[in-house]
Design a protein around this ligand. Structure first.
Ligand code: SF4
Length: 394
């Protein structure tokens, strides 16, 4: 029985925010993204979807620029003018000022970053507003403000520099900018941390504990004991004043629900199944997975590593499945397998499908702007300050 029919059978019972979120309706005020998707979507079974997307894109011509994140489905990627990771895509959009509409096939925080980095004359659109990011949702503006109060009371806020991963809401980026911190990506996290430790004694790393820990321990030579985890769901973050004072890295208790699924067992299992395999993982994976891997790096690093790899080499990749499948198709001379036996798509990335893309493009071509992502001026100002600090990193 579906959730809809269960709710229909219970008169007088109001669906919860969570149920509405699962249904793709309503809104979750605690979330970084809305969840309503207005408008009539074409049926997924419509055999003309590909032709309709092509025709609508042609009608829009250079007025539209479609960005496709690496983790998007093939059916969407085929219409992308450019593909890449979130930061590259935002910069690509800013470099196309003639494009009036930026259709971001990715998730909500990426569309926000594109809106921050593009001009006021450009309109950023997310084909499905329910495409959020569970990691970005793990740090809300209220929780982070409360954390800063805890650090202030412990007497360490003055010497703490916030470093926020690109995968965070505009509010968190703005908090970072306001407190003299920087944004980082999985490619430049080491440089961002080195810069931050020149400005202060401690780093508050948001919202991905794994990227923060992996970078500090693997690349900056810190120990696991130098890191504490701040849990926003516990009083005082679940850490004592003494622990906060002793720590160098204060890691926010957030993680990626896709990369967080890989385990040490996955690594051991694939090594037994595929003798001679190279294990290549993203730094959003848990520390024990990264420690057991042969190579660790961002999405762009993973792609480059496979491009350079000799024919007949064997690779187990620990990142999102859409990308791994595409890479396996692109390099048929190499054996490329997914690190885990269980399927591991990013469910929110997958919300952008062909019906949503067709609906978006046709609406824009008909003169109707749908699902616009717009960051308010104050938030944009401070978020941009943090992003500009990242661009200026040595
Ligand atoms: S793969 Fe992870 S970090 Fe990326 S959008 Fe999905 S949940 Fe967020």
């Amino acid at each position: 029985m579906t959730i809809t029919s269960q709710l229909d059978l219970m008169p007088g019972v109001e669906p919860s925010a969570t149920a509405l979120l699962l249904l793709g309706r309503g809104s979750d005020p605690r979330s970084e993204r809305g969840v309503e998707c207005p408008g009539d979507l074409p049926a997924p079974s419509d055999p003309d979807l590909v032709e309709r997307a092509r025709a609508a894109k042609e009608r829009l011509g250079s007025r539209v620029f479609v960005l496709g994140h690496h983790y998007q489905r093939d059916e969407v990627i085929q219409f992308a003018d450019v593909t890449g990771d979130s930061f590259k895509l935002s910069r690509d959009a800013a470099a196309r000022p003639e494009a009036e509409f930026i259709v971001f096939c990715g998730v909500h925080f990426m569309a926000e970053s594109a809106d921050i980095l593009t001009s006021d004359a450009q309109t950023v659109v997310l084909p499905d507003l329910a495409a959020g990011c569970s990691m970005a949702d793990m740090a809300t503006a209220e929780q982070v403000a409360e954390c800063w109060d805890v650090l202030t009371e412990a007497g360490v806020a003055d010497t703490t520099v916030p470093v926020s991963y690109m995968n965070s809401s505009a509010d968190i980026k703005a908090f970072t900018g306001r407190h003299g911190g920087t944004i980082c990506t999985s490619s430049n996290a080491e440089r961002a941390l080195r810069w931050a430790f020149e400005q202060g004694e401690k780093v508050l790393f948001l919202p991905d504990q794994h990227l923060g820990r992996n970078t500090a321990v693997r690349l900056l030579g810190m120990s696991l004991e130098d890191c504490v985890v701040y849990n926003p769901h516990k009083p005082g973050g679940g850490v004592s004043v003494e622990e906060l004072r002793a720590a160098k890295m204060i890691l926010w208790r957030g993680h990626c629900s896709v990369h967080g699924r890989f385990s040490l067992d996955s690594v051991e299992d694939v090594r037994a199944r595929v003798p001679g395999v190279n294990v290549l993982v993203h730094p959003e994976c848990k520390h024990e997975v990264v420690a057991a891997a042969d190579y660790v790096g961002s999405t762009e690093y993973i792609i480059n590593k496979l491009e350079e790899a000799p024919a007949d080499s064997k690779w187990a990749i620990g990142t999102e499945l859409n990308l791994v499948r595409r890479l396996a198709g692109r390099f048929p001379d190499k054996e490329i397998v997914f690190l885990d036996r269980t399927v591991c798509f990013c469910s929110t990335m997958n919300r952008i499908d062909l019906p949503h893309l067709v609906w978006t493009l046709e609406s824009l071509a008909d003169g109707k702007v749908v699902n616009r992502i717009q960051v308010d001026k104050e938030t944009e100002h401070w978020a941009k300050a943090a992003l500009e600090r990242m661009l200026a990193l040595p």
